[in-house]
Design a protein around this ligand. Structure first.
Ligand code: ADP
Length: 394
């Protein structure tokens, strides 16, 4: 009988999951993965095998009133049924914010959960949704260990200067500082580099997680020294619907002169800006790349421009650049975006190999390129599973 862990990544209306069998000393082996989405409206459950074949699918009409509890219960029943005689040994959660105190993965006790609840104001759009399933499962399956894995954790090694805003010291001491996010993704990339390209991993690398949320991480010898997201997941790059770095004076102007409420500004910054706001068309990169609307082209151009601009800043922090890694939905699947970014990084020593970029796997820079550019698909759920195994057995 093998043991297994379930990795959960819960958002406001969806829960992504991946079930892994533990096969030590090897890394956990994916058994199946999928999601429950449409939570709160018309929920749908889907599970796929590692090759992408649909194993199970179920949907409920709007108004059927499936609660979070029922949907999570159904997911656990599916996982246990799928495992047969193998046993679910624990559940790992992606928790967006660990604050100043939590960076290593940790068992979710009532005291830890209470401490993580106090961080909700720092990530109001993510943290409550990450923690909700923990509470539900603690009540329904009190004997099943749960582990928190923090998206801020990997950035714990950031240089102290990189964590500071130029604000009065007292605010920094009260937690108003830069934390960074997408840490599980960057930790996976750092591990993949160490395993496949150890010389590069030991050098100065910028990794670009370009999904709906987007950020860059500057890594020296596989550790985060700075990143583009800060106090919240709003800072830094332009994203699907988020604006990224913006003159804070704009926010004052919108509220003081244009009479926008705080809620309206929040909605603008998180949901109506970025690729969607600039294109006026979509937050989906596929739609923008397929469009002949000049506003779509401008949104894509600005996305690449901002990545190149922030990369230059991080290269300055690193004192040079040996490698650049593209990952997540856009990074792994959008050759035109990679080409636009690399074209702007030529002065840093980036030389793209167009044929390799079109293939989109492994090294995509020429052999002569001073900076080695790679495409490496990320796997945050695998990272959660590894941490959960280590924490359960630690
Ligand atoms: P999330 O941050 O929600 O996990 P993903 O990492 O899945 O997001 O990335 C979503 C983004 O990736 C979307 O903008 C989507 O359009 C883009 N994307 C996915 N596949 C492709 C593709 N083949 N070509 C271009 N963009 C793609």
């Amino acid at each position: 009988m093998a043991r297994a862990v379930l990795a959960l990544n819960a958002g406001s209306s969806s829960i992504k999951f991946a079930l892994f069998r533990l096969v030590p000393p090897a890394a956990p082996a994916l058994a199946c993965q999928g999601e429950v989405d449409g939570i709160g409206t018309a929920p749908r459950f889907r599970a796929r095998d590692p090759a992408g074949l649909v194993l199970a699918e179920q949907s409920w009409p709007a108004g059927a009133g499936r609660t979070h509890e029922q949907l999570l219960g159904g997911l656990l029943d599916f996982a246990e049924h799928h495992l047969g005689t193998d046993k679910l040994a624990g559940i790992g959660h992606r928790i967006v914010h660990g604050g100043q105190d939590f960076f290593r993965p940790v068992r979710l006790t009532p005291a830890v959960l209470a401490a993580l609840e106090t961080l909700v104001p720092l990530a109001p759009l993510h943290q409550p949704h990450n923690l909700a399933p923990v509470r539900v499962l603690a009540a329904s399956h009190p004997d099943l260990p749960q582990v928190a894995c923090f998206d801020t954790g990997f950035h714990h090694t950031m240089a102290p200067l990189a964590t500071r805003f130029a604000l009065p010291r007292a605010l920094h001491d009260q937690g108003v500082r830069r934390y960074g996010f997408h840490g599980l993704s960057y930790e996976f990339i750092a591990g993949a580099l160490r395993a496949r390209l150890p010389a590069l991993a030991a050098g100065r690398v910028v990794a670009a997680h370009l999904g709906n949320g987007a950020s860059l991480c500057a890594m020296a010898d596989g550790r985060s020294v700075d990143t583009t997201m800060g106090f919240t997941a709003l800072e830094g790059l332009m994203m699907g619907t988020r604006c990224g770095a913006i003159d804070p004076g704009v926010l004052l102007y919108l509220q003081q002169q244009r009479g926008m409420t705080v809620q309206a500004v929040e909605d603008l910054l998180y949901h109506r800006s970025g690729l969607l706001g600039v294109s006026g068309l979509s937050n989906d990169m596929r739609t923008l790349l397929a469009s002949d609307d000049p506003h779509a082209a401008e949104a894509v151009a600005l996305f690449a421009y901002r990545i190149a601009r922030e990369t230059a800043a991080l290269a300055g922090t690193l004192g040079g650049l040996d490698g650049f890694v593209f990952t997540a939905g856009i990074g792994a699947h959008a050759p035109p975006v990679r080409a636009a970014v690399c074209a702007r990084l030529g002065w840093l020593g980036v030389e793209l190999d167009p044929a390799a970029n079109a293939r989109g796997a492994g090294r995509i820079s020429t052999a002569a390129s001073r900076v080695a550019v790679h495409v490496i698909p990320t796997d945050e759920e695998a990272m959660i599973a590894r941490h959960t195994e280590a924490t359960l057995d630690g």
